[in-house]
Design a protein around this ligand. Sequence first.
Ligand code: SME
Length: 161
Amino acid sequence: MAEKEFDTNNLTKEEKYAQLIVQIPALLDSRVDWVGNSANIGAALKEVFGWLWVGFYRKVSEEHLQLGPFQGPVACTFIQRGKGVCGAVWADKVPMIVPNVHEFPGHIACSSLSNSEIVLPIYKDSEFWGVLDIDSAQLNDFSQLDLDNLKLIISSFETYL
Ligand code: SME
């Protein structure tokens, strides 16, 4: 399929989110497990916003997150609790916006092209399940607007876990 599914080229970021949020229910399917649903959410975000890397890390033990479906350059397969931005979000259970990853102590650099990052925790039945991790090649690319809208998208995803 060569054409773009999401025609959002001339829209503002806010408008892109508004359009995407309307389309999210059609991307989530109760017949598939978390892999299919997270893959589609990640693909939609990457296509609409063009970020460097969009993907999921899932908790597989009390110590580690494991790489899930993603779009972008190859990434590290395991992240320890408390390590890097993802591990910090797991440990602190709060979303994190990192305007400049080079200034974040312990940041795990999967790609040298990444300059800013946003990570949100994901819950299943009130238990920490994993994270949505997004990297941008631009410095300071994420704001409260992203946080608010990505929270809505994650909330929809959580209902399918
Ligand atoms: N930068 C992340 C690691 C994952 S990659 O960005 C895909 C971190 O510090 O947790």
